[in-house]
Design a protein. Structure first.
Length: 365
């Protein structure tokens, strides 16, 4: 090999980066090794890329997508750093980085530990949150200087942890500032997400990054608190506890009738169930005092006022006989426990059936 061919073989005349498929590389340093870049070399920057030239550790020129023929005219900063005041045509040394500016989607974030909040409805609570976000490199020079440094191949996982920590720390501030009940947050995820993006913007800009989208998928309470809420919702759905208890009792009787022991064994259980139902009803009504004792069962006997005397009490069967005898008429005064005063028998609904076959008295002639 001739000396000229050897020398020209060490010169780089095409600079480009074809990003591999399924790659997570954010920044890639062009492998120049000890070769020098030929003045007039072709630089190809594809869509979704920026190219950054670095001279002796200092960022020089940044190139947007396009094809360039490297000359002093399109390398103003590098020309100044190199001292090429009057043009330069010889090979030169510089590090070349390609930065991916495409959008990186479906990035996950989540709170490793619960966030403590003061809920206006439940008081102090602990919540967890998770979601997704997308980002891209907005300023290739800043990103290279603040994050990549001299790393020859920088991948997304190397920045994901830092971004996730930033998101989690700021979302705790945002949720606290909302002063909104956890139950109302489900309808305000978009509002909370917008506030989070505003809080992240300045910090990510310092690294040359920008969030293109940010989503809150879920904000949840601890399992034991969610279980208590489920019970509370269940009680609201059940509504009238007395009717629910009657329904449960009917179901228990049906089930017991299908068992070998029949329904004889459910009596004690039903009695206990009614007692529990009374206590639950009192609690749901908001009463903190002891439940009032049930009223005494009304007596089935009626007293009769006949001839100025009080007779009885008589059950309904006995009263039927007295109607046939004629001693009990529609106008006879009656009373039983629970009535406020003596009234005519025909005005008592329970006794009206006794006079169904008895004609009313004849009108006066």
């Amino acid at each position: 090999m001739s000396l000229w061919n050897k020398l020209t073989g060490e010169l780089v005349d095409i600079i480009e980066w074809t990003e591999p498929a399924q790659s997570d590389i954010l920044c890639y340093r062009f492998p120049r090794y000890h070769n020098e870049i030929k003045m007039g070399a072709k630089l190809t920057v594809r869509e979704g890329q920026n190219s950054v030239f670095v001279n002796e550790g200092r960022i020089a020129d940044v190139y947007q997508p396009g094809m360039y023929t490297l000359q002093t005219q399109n390398m103003p900063i590098l020309s100044t750093l190199k001292g090429w005041k009057y043009g330069f045509n010889s090979p030169f040394k510089a590090e070349v980085y390609f930065v991916s500016t495409k959008r990186w989607t479906d990035q996950k974030w989540g709170t490793q530990n619960p966030i403590m909040l003061r809920d206006p409805e439940f008081g102090p609570v602990r919540v967890r949150a998770f979601g997704t976000y997308a980002f891209h490199v907005r300023d290739a020079g800043t990103f290279l200087k603040q994050v990549v440094a001299t790393n020859p191949s920088f991948e997304t996982f190397e920045i994901a942890s830092q971004m996730r920590d930033t998101i989690v720390s700021r979302i705790a501030d945002v949720l606290g500032q909302l002063k909104m009940s956890v139950l109302d947050m489900a309808g305000n995820y978009e509002k909370a997400a917008q506030l989070c993006r505003q809080r992240f913007a300045s910090e990510l800009a310092e690294m040359g990054l920008e969030l293109t989208s940010f989503y809150i998928e879920n904000i949840s309470l601890p399992p034991e608190v969610e279980k208590a809420l489920d019970e509370r919702s269940k009680m609201g759905v059940l509504g009238d506890m007395s009717r629910f208890t009657q329904y449960q009792a009917a179901q228990a009787i049906r089930d017991a009738a299908q068992n070998p022991g029949g329904i004889a064994g459910v009596g004690a259980g039903l009695a206990a169930g009614y007692g529990v139902a009374n206590q639950m009803s009192a609690a749901l009504a908001g009463s903190h005092a002891a439940a009032a004792a049930p009223p005494p069962l009304p007596s089935g006997g009626f007293f009769l006022g006949i001839g100025g005397q009080q007779l009885g009490p008589f059950d309904v069967g006995t009263l039927q006989g007295k109607v046939h005898e004629g001693s009990l008429t529609r106008a006879t005064l009656v009373w039983k426990q629970g009535m406020s005063s003596w009234v005519a028998a025909e005005t008592v609904p329970e006794l009206q059936g006794l006079f169904a076959a008895v004609p009313p008295p004849l009108p006066p002639g």
